[in-house]
Design a protein around this ligand. Structure first.
Ligand code: PLP
Length: 389
């Protein structure tokens, strides 16, 4: 399978047919598996014989999803989890100990910030947050016990682009792992392992499913790291349901064509927004006005499907744009075929202090759009209604 192209792997990797020779991937809704005899049960439990035992450890549908995602990321191994957050938690629990230190890029997904900043510190794991694009800041934050560098690129909602290869070098010189949350780009647009990352984490809830149906997550990357994550999962239990894994497995088949269509629409919308009076600034890595446009184009195949823009007139104007939509969904979720709009300052970033929000660049006039598969003309008309010149 290794020599096959991404598009072929997306529809064929991970298939193991049952005795029924089904063509489509089977969904195994079973929590346990039976053994031929007591000796086989013992061999399976001890790990002497490979095979399924109990769905907290493995399930054929989950295995298929893991193998397909590993193939798409170019990873040696992959384990699936109940959600994106449980993927991040499992990675941390598997690789860190009390007293260890994390360096994370600023502007992480809100729950990841909460996990690192407010939960892990109870277990004596401290996190330093650094500006996503400031390489010197990563280096300056290193400590003897820095074990993990964690970045998200492009960042949410400002689409800042982290130089994965440069941060990988900094992490590795210090003996730390680099983990990249690849949720926004997916392997269809960006493969962080090729730039030196050790592991990729996913919220499969977003583009990997792609149609807003189920929660899921994954950790993919170097085999020895993924093996440690698996040991944590099989014991602690935040594993994915076979049904959710099946939905995501089938979602992967259309991932590239969805990502490319949604990116193309996002670029068109971003270019159009740049020309609108009343729009102060557009944040989109695919625009030549983006401060890391060149880096983004080296690292990603497109600018992605998330566009943020700042309107003049602060919250009042921003809320009017939101409230004037009739097609676009008002929801903080992303990665769906349906376009969504959110006002970060009053939703995803609402619990952060106003000063911290301004420092992070999340102004009162900022709006984030996750572009779906509707006609771009309909999306423009939907936004135009609330945009004043
Ligand atoms: C949604 C999201 C997560 C968390 O994933 P869940 O599946 O909601 O747990 C993590 N990182 C990013 C970038 C996300 O957008």
């Amino acid at each position: 399978m290794d020599s096959l192209d991404f598009d072929t792997l997306a529809v064929r990797a991970g298939i193991e047919r049952s005795q029924f020779n089904e063509h489509s991937e089977a969904l195994y809704l079973t929590s346990s598996f039976v053994f031929q005899n007591a000796a086989q049960a013992a061999a399976r439990f001890s790990g002497e014989e490979a095979g399924n035992v109990y769905a907290r450890f493995s399930n054929p549908t989950v295995t298929a999803m893991q193998q397909r995602l590993a193939a798409l990321e170019g990873a040696q191994a992959c384990v699936a989890t109940a959600s994106g957050m449980s993927a991040i938690l499992a990675l941390v629990m598997a690789t860190l100990q009390a007293g260890d230190h994390i360096i994370a890029s600023r502007g992480l997904f809100g729950a990841t910030q909460q996990l690192f900043g407010n939960i892990l510190n109870k277990f004596d794991i401290e996190t330093s947050f650094v500006p996503a694009t400031d390489l010197a800041a990563y280096r300056a934050a290193l400590r003897p016990r820095t074990r993990l560098v964690f970045v998200e690129t492009p960042s949410n909602p400002l689409t800042e682009v982290v130089d994965i290869a440069a941060v990988a070098r900094i992490a590795h010189e210090a003996g730390a792992l680099l983990a990249v949350d690849n949720c926004f780009c997916t392997p269809a647009l960006q493969r962080p392992l090729e730039f030196g990352a050790d592991v990729v984490v996913h919220s499969a809830t977003k583009y990997l499913d792609g149609q807003g149906r189920v929660l899921g997550g994954a950790v993919a990357g170097r085999a020895e790291v993924v093996e440690e994550v698996f040991k944590f999962l099989r014991t602690a239990g935040p594993c994915i349901s076979p049904f959710n894994a099946w939905i995501i497995l089938k979602g992967l088949e259309t991932l590239r064509i969805r990502m490319e269509a949604q990116s193309a629409a996002a670029l068109e919308l971003a270019r159009w927004l740049e020309t609108r009076p009343g729009v102060r600034r557009v944040h989109y890595p695919g625009l030549s006005s983006h401060p890391q446009h060149e880096l983004a184009m080296r690292q990603q195949r497109t600018g992605g499907a998330i566009v943020s823009f700042e309107v003049e007139g602060g919250r009042e104007h921003a809320w009017r744009v939101v409230d004037s939509t009739r097609v676009i969904s008002i929801t903080a979720n992303l990665g769906d075929t349906k376009t969504t709009i959110t006002h970060p300052a009053s939703t995803t970033h609402g619990r952060i202090s106003a000063e911290a929000r301004e420092a992070a660049g999340v102004s009162e006039g900022l709006l984030r759009i996750a572009v779906g598969l509707e006609s771009v003309e309909d999306l423009k008309a939907d936004l135009l209604r609330g945009l004043s010149g």
